[in-house]
Design a protein around this ligand. Structure first.
Ligand SMILES: [Zn+2]
Length: 276
């Protein structure tokens, strides 16, 4: 997806006219042309009089975002808008856009007003974890935002490895539960979250891999042998069964599981050697 100005710069006026004439460049709206087969959400954004932004742009850049039913578009400033189109907002006025898709620093500003608090923290965690922006750079983008947004930025942590992990951490901190992230445990490895001394919370990624499944179970058994209790949740459970996830965690904490070692279960290898 290219602006007419960009194409004229690259191809010259004659070359640009030729591209339109022979159908290589397809007009999407005044001043914007598609060449080849651009993604449908990008075409939709430009056609409606905006640019792809907010969580839709962040997802394109590889940032973790919760699934959204709609394409997130922001106005490009000058273009006529298709009536009834929904445009994302940021704190402050829109800048004119020079590309059909916003960069990460711009897109993250729009996400603050489209996501709930936990989701927004999870998105900022992912932006930092992937090295797109530092915490200071994110703070700078929100320098004019209300205090409640600045308070959320204080709760972001770029060490978080996944969105679901961030959302659970945010929830627990809100309940004043002390939680440590990405804790290294001997013979188990690095665990997502550790509550108290003995409750491990792990979240699984988007894809299901059989090798990963076996590996995770081996980790759970090793953790159990050391007296840890592991609660493991899939990405879909965190996104679609939030009530179940949070209730399970809070019930475990209410039962004091995080404070005392679970009954030690010997792992298969130990049993094997004991029985020899
Ligand atoms: Zn949005």
């Amino acid at each position: 997806m290219y602006s007419a100005q960009h194409l004229i710069r690259r191809l010259g006026r004659a070359g640009f006219a030729e591209c339109i004439k022979n159908g290589i460049a397809r007009k999407i709206r005044r001043g914007w042309y598609a060449i080849g087969d651009p993604p449908q959400d990008l075409v939709t954004a430009v056609h409606r009089g905006g640019v792809l932004s907010c969580v839709s742009a962040l997802e394109k850049h590889g940032v973790w975002v919760p699934e959204q039913p709609d394409v997130h578009i922001r106005t490009s400033g000058r273009a006529a808008r298709i009536p009834d189109s929904r445009f994302c907002q940021r704190f402050g006025r829109d800048d004119p856009a020079c590309a059909a898709i916003d960069d990460t620093p711009t897109a993250v500003q729009y996400a603050a007003r489209c996501l709930d608090r936990g989701e927004f923290v999870a998105v900022c965690d992912s932006v930092m974890n992937l090295g797109f922006m530092t915490g200071e750079q994110i703070d700078y983008q929100f320098r004019n935002a209300p205090k409640r947004i600045l308070a959320l930025l204080d709760r972001c942590d770029g060490r978080a490895m996944s969105g679901p992990e961030s959302m659970i951490r945010f929830f627990l901190e809100g309940k004043h539960v002390k939680v440590r992230i990405q804790v290294q445990i001997d013979t188990v490895g690095q665990v997502d979250l550790l509550v108290g001394k003995h409750l491990i919370i792990e979240t699984d990624g988007r894809e299901f891999h059989l090798e990963r499944f076996d590996e995770d179970r081996a980790r759970d058994v090793a953790a159990s042998a050391l007296g840890y209790t592991t609660l493991r949740f899939s990405r879909d459970q965190v996104l679609y069964e939030w009530e179940y996830v949070t209730t399970s965690i809070m019930e475990a904490i209410a039962a004091g599981v995080h404070q005392r070692p679970s009954r030690r279960v010997k792992c298969a290898r130990e049993r094997f050697y004991t029985e020899l």
